[in-house]
Design a protein around this ligand. Sequence first.
Ligand SMILES: C[S@@+](CC[C@H](N)C(=O)[O-])C[C@H]1O[C@@H](n2cnc3c(N)ncnc32)[C@H](O)[C@@H]1O
Length: 225
Amino acid sequence: MPEASVVRRMFEGVAPRYDFLNHVLSLGIDRSWRRAVVHALELERDQRVLDLCCGTGDLALEMAQQARPFACDFTWNMLTRARDKSRARGIPIRVAAADALSLPFPNGVFDAATVAFGVRNLADMPAGLREIHRVLVPGGKLAILEFSHPEGWLRKPYRFYLKTLLPRLGDLLSRRGEAYRYLAESIMGFPDPDTLVHLMRDSGFDNPSYQRLTGGIVAIHRATT
Ligand SMILES: C[S@@+](CC[C@H](N)C(=O)[O-])C[C@H]1O[C@@H](n2cnc3c(N)ncnc32)[C@H](O)[C@@H]1O
């Protein structure tokens, strides 16, 4: 598991180019993945949603039409970008600095929680899942969007992309090759969706399930409290 201080320092460094690289490296598909998360949650009007590891706020901004997102992250440079995007677009979201492993909220205050490309970076993923469970209301919903492991013909080219092309492209476009090497390694070392579903159940969640997107490059994992 990655060390929190290393993860934070890395995201402080990539923050200025984060959105640009996200859209380029995913060929723009990342936007549709986040929309799929909002769709999967079936939010009701004005529900309170905690978006953890919010980064530059794209998922929180996506759901602000229908719900009241509270976007949290522990990397200041990412968080300030989320705040600035919210102001520039006139889409109000609440933004706060918080560590996902020790949330500054009482029990049972959110109707739903989302984590997009965040749980992979947690120093203690089971502890993070238990903390999310704690702050959700009974019957609350969780949706986790994470990189996964494609099967079939896509498996080999995707591994080649991760191991060889991604770090080079990351270095070329951001001069932060080490961050994109970390990204590739953390994706390859991340558990498969069935294992994550087990972890969710062990952390107290009910009815965990998952749905693969884009040939299994990412998956949305869902559960309720
Ligand atoms: C890959 S980015 C994802 C950002 C955003 N959710 C997205 O979809 O683009 C991962 C984010 O997780 C945050 N993060 C990692 N560990 C964290 C923790 N323990 N508490 C809060 N944020 C954390 C990092 O600061 C970073 O902004």
